[in-house]
Design a protein around this ligand. Structure first.
Ligand SMILES: [Zn+2]
Ligand SMILES: [Zn+2]
Length: 72
């Protein structure tokens, strides 16, 4: 009877386009749209359009912050 409950739980990830379970995903940090858990594991907290809006991701301590600094 309630077997299609699972399918109703599925949403399309706005980052990678995969259909994942909404209950396991996270909202985009910017606009709150659905971003799947797989993207979150990869460190993606923003949907595709929000990432496009942002010049650089805010949470990347790994990468050296490239400042527009004149060399030489
Ligand atoms: Zn995704
Ligand atoms: Zn977004």
């Amino acid at each position: 009877m309630a077997k299609n409950l699972r399918e109703r739980d599925v949403m399309m990830c706005r980052s990678c386009g995969n259909e994942e379970r909404a209950s396991e995903g996270y909202p985009c940090a910017d606009c709150g749209t659905f971003v799947c858990i797989i993207c979150n594991f990869r460190g993606v907290t923003l949907c595709k359009s929000c990432r496009a809006k942002r010049p650089e991701p805010p949470l990347t301590p790994n990468h050296s912050t490239k400042i527009d600094w004149p060399e030489h």
